[in-house]
Design a protein around this ligand. Structure first.
Ligand SMILES: Cc1cc2nc3c(=O)[nH]c(=O)nc-3n(C[C@H](O)[C@H](O)[C@H](O)COP(=O)(O)OP(=O)(O)OC[C@H]3O[C@@H](n4cnc5c(N)ncnc54)[C@H](O)[C@@H]3O)c2cc1C
Ligand code: FES
Length: 280
């Protein structure tokens, strides 16, 4: 049996600086042993542990889609020890990748429905994975309307700018990009907080499921908007970012009541969260 703590060795193939403050970078990783890519079979919504020898291991959501072959990507905010080391690494450097870990968005339940994706700040990573997955020609017909509300503090803090622009041009996805504020005269999208734009742009909860990822304040104000629109708690899906260590339900670091966020989550419906102690 494979040791569940053993990471796959991966090489950094590309590094993209996403935001104007240079604190968010996307790392494109390739497996040193191409056979490991098959073993790392993931589903949008899952995360992995990225490890740097001598520095530590961190849980990060998978930003690529399983429909994108040959690499796995992660977008990482520089906040502390391990993320700072990762940001200093170079193309060609080797590191560890353990996973995939956790559960995923409820894809079977989402099929045949309208999908509303609501994201804020750098929590957009697994939502990017989901959008790329749904827009893949093999999958697009499985879903009805796809509507995205995505916000950042200002235009320079948006992730995946070229892809956002490409999705804006498509007619099989409704994009509502917004920023809190901007004095950029060329800004052509929305201005306003994500909950307000959600209230303006999402008009119906009929046959729809909403996935919401973002900072706690965004989630707190978006949740009542969705409930007013008629989304039942079972069809509001959230992803939690608790402190974690093992990532596989062994160390007990991430529990909320009797649920381990790393193993039973990180994806929970609002209905499930309402039944759990409010520690998240
Ligand atoms: C399931 C999951 C998915 C995640 N996905 C992403 C992602 O896609 N991109 C990304 O940049 N980050 C993501 N995170 C958060 C990321 O794991 C932490 O930012 C990282 O572990 C910090 O490591 P560090 O050694 O650099 O910081 P540390 O030196 O350990 O801490 C620096 C600061 O970050 C805070 N912090 C540390 N860990 C967490 C955590 N798990 N959640 C919230 N705050 C934390 C600390 O309180 C402290 O203020 C995710 C976390 C989880 C649990
Ligand atoms: S991180 Fe160890 S049990 Fe969840």
């Amino acid at each position: 049996m494979k040791n569940p703590y053993l990471p796959y060795p991966v090489r950094i193939e590309e590094i993209i600086t996403e935001t104007e403050d240079r604190n968010l970078k996307t790392f494109k990783l390739v497996f040193l042993d191409p056979g490991d890519e098959k073993k790392f079979a993931y589903v949008p919504g899952q995360f992995a542990e990225l490890s740097i020898a001598g520095e530590g291991e961190i849980p990060i959501g998978i930003a690529s889609s399983p429909t994108e072959k040959g690499h796995v990507t992660f977008t990482v905010n520089k906040v502390g020890r391990v993320t700072r080391h990762l940001h200093n690494m170079k193309i060609g450097d080797v590191m560890g990748l353990r996973g995939p870990l956790g559960n995923w968005y409820p894809w079977e339940e989402m099929e045949g429905r309208n999908v509303v994706i609501i994201g804020g700040g750098f929590a957009f990573t697994t939502l990017r994975s989901s959008i790329v997955y749904m827009l893949d020609p093999e999958n697009r017909d499985k879903f009805k309307d796809i509507t995205v509300v995505y916000g950042a503090r200002n235009p320079g803090m948006l992730l995946y700018k070229e892809e956002l622009a490409a999705w804006e041009r498509r007619d099989d996805i409704n994009m509502h990009i917004t920023v809190d504020a901007t004095d950029d005269p060329d800004w052509k999208y929305n201005t306003g907080f994500v909950p307000a734009i959600t209230e303006q742009k999402i008009t119906s909860a009929e046959n729809a499921i909403a996935i919401v990822c973002g900072p706690p304040v965004m989630i707190r104000f978006t949740q009542p908007v969705l409930e007013r629109l008629g989304f039942p708690p079972e069809r509001i899906i959230l992803s939690l970012e608790m402190r974690m260590k093992c990532g596989i339900g062994i160390c007990g670091r991430c529990n909320i009541g009797d649920q381990y966020v790393c193993k039973d989550g990180p994806v929970f419906s609002l209905a499930q969260l309402k039944d759990m102690p409010s520690e998240y």
